[in-house]
Ligand binder design. Structure first.
Ligand code: GDP
Ligand code: MG
Length: 442
């Protein structure tokens, strides 16, 4: 899948000290391949990879992140941007009723969506009316009536045998009915064909002209892969639309449709349909879709937190210290603990970090409350003691213990652990040539 390929690409960057132009090339090539395999349209792939390359080579390199994280962040940002950035909400008419027309191929999920939209609108205290404009298939009207019943909303349908075979007339009458009966939103369910078809397109265009909808939602089956772009273009040119709904996102859709449709048509994806039940429906959030495509939710959370907690000056000082071969002190220890703490629950965080087993074992012995105790102990020390913990002899330990209200053995314990951390830092400096990926300042 797209996620798997991208994850493998990011994994290959792990442990690198910095991104070389060759790394960027390789990564961008891999991303390009992953996107093409996921059926993302070629122009969109080009636009995307160009943006990623420019940013990866540009100097906006965050000190808070290692190269793999940086690339993940850039790819994530660009995915969000290509998916439309902000979530776009329904535009309601100033004078009700708001008219929402659904358009799309047969089987795309329009009728199912009509029920979901109605339920969604009802939850927002609207009074929606569904209008059955699909008179193509024998069962279509009945299907909408059942859907409406499930959603607990009214359905306007032509009387059978009343000579009403004209979907445009039904649409017009439905909107009129809503206006006179006090429904504030009308959802027009329309007919589709299995393929793009001139007659169907004309019918949809005529319904549009007759009802002047506030929103025309193009309903697109996310499973149709490369055909998505062509279909979207046909509907854009034949009917026009103001938003897109992606359906069947619960299937193993490869994400290509979502990425392509917004770029190609310029219209945002507004809703996602994720199943056959009425509740399988959500507002489309570009950031969530991006995480879903990347399948790196936890890593992304960590990146955000790391950036927030990160203090560039502090990292700079730490780097200089390491370069000058100075020792890791209790003050550094405190700062590290603080930084880690700023990132949220330590155990959760360590769970998200690749290659952190060693540190994890060391730190797992601490629980969150222990941070408080350690902090209190270090605060009871003099600056000199913090810088040179070797000085802390028996009587100093007793004084520190009294100062923070803890036992001498607790102080001994802490100093021992600190000694281990210090040793670990020395090893890391030797082993990694400076810089442990993932933890700011390390
Ligand atoms: P229409 O021809 O565009 O009106 O499509 P329908 O609403 O009749 O849906 C066609 C089929 O797709 C039906 O079997 C629906 O139950 C199913 N369907 C619709 N939306 C979804 C979805 O989001 N996920 C899944 N798995 N099935 C869906
Ligand atoms: Mg239908």
């Amino acid at each position: 899948s797209l996620s798997d390929r991208l994850t493998a690409t990011f994994r290959s960057l792990r442990g690198k000290g910095r991104l070389s132009p060759e790394d960027v090339d390789t990564t961008v090539r891999e991303i390009r391949r992953a996107l093409l395999e996921a059926d993302v349209a070629l122009p969109v792939v080009r636009q995307f990879t160009t943006a990623v390359r420019e940013r990866a080579l540009g100097e906006e390199v965050s000190q808070a992140l290692n190269p793999a994280q940086q690339v993940v962040k850039i790819v994530n940002d660009e995915l969000i941007s290509i998916l439309g950035g902000e979530t776009r909400r329904l535009r309601l008419a100033k004078t009700p009723p708001t008219v929402i027309m659904l358009a799309g191929l047969q089987g795309a999920g329009k009728t199912t969506l009509a029920g979901k939209l109605a339920r969604h609108l009802r939850n927002l205290n609207h009074r929606p009316l569904l209008v059955a404009c699909d008179l193509q298939r024998p069962n279509a009207v009945n299907q909408l009536q059942i859907t409406g019943e499930r959603a607990g909303v009214d359905v306007y349908a032509p009387e059978p045998g009343n000579g009403v075979g004209d979907p445009v007339a039904v649409a017009r009458a439905g909107v009129e009915h809503a206006r006179s009966q006090g429904y504030d939103v009308v959802v027009l369910d329309t007919a589709g064909r299995l393929g793009i078809d001139a007659e169907m397109m004309q019918q949809a265009a005529d319904i549009r002209t007759a009802t002047n909808p506030d929103e025309i939602l193009f309903v697109l089956d996310a499973m149709i892969g490369q055909d998505a772009v062509q279909t979207a273009e046909a509907f854009r040119d034949g009917v026009g639309f103001t938003g897109v709904v992606l359906t069947k996102l619960d299937g193993d859709a490869r994400g290509g449709a979502a990425l392509s449709v917004r770029s190609v048509t310029g219209q945002p994806v507004m809703f996602a349909s994720t199943g056959e039940k009425l509740d399988d429906f959500e507002l489309f959030h570009p950031d969530r879709m991006a995480s879903r495509i990347l399948d790196l939710g936890d890593v992304l959370t960590l990146i955000e937190q790391a950036e927030r907690a990160f203090d560039a000056d502090q990292a700079q000082k730490m780097a200089e210290k390491f370069a000058n071969d100075e020792d890791f002190t209790l003050e550094d220890f405190m700062q590290q603990l603080q930084a880690v703490r700023n990132m949220g629950s330590i155990k959760k965080m360590l769970g998200m970090l690749p290659g952190m087993q060693q540190v994890r074992q060391q730190l797992e012995a601490f629980d969150e409350r222990e941070f408080d105790r350690i902090e209190a102990m270090v605060r009871s020390m003099t600056p000199l003691e913090r810088r040179q913990p070797r000085l802390i002899n028996g009587s100093r330990r007793a004084r520190i213990a009294a100062g923070c209200g803890q036992s001498v053995s607790a102080v001994n314990d802490m100093l021992e652990r600190f000694g281990q951390a210090q040793k670990m830092m020395r090893q890391m400096r030797k082993g990694l040539g400076g810089g442990l990926p993932g933890i700011p300042g390390m």
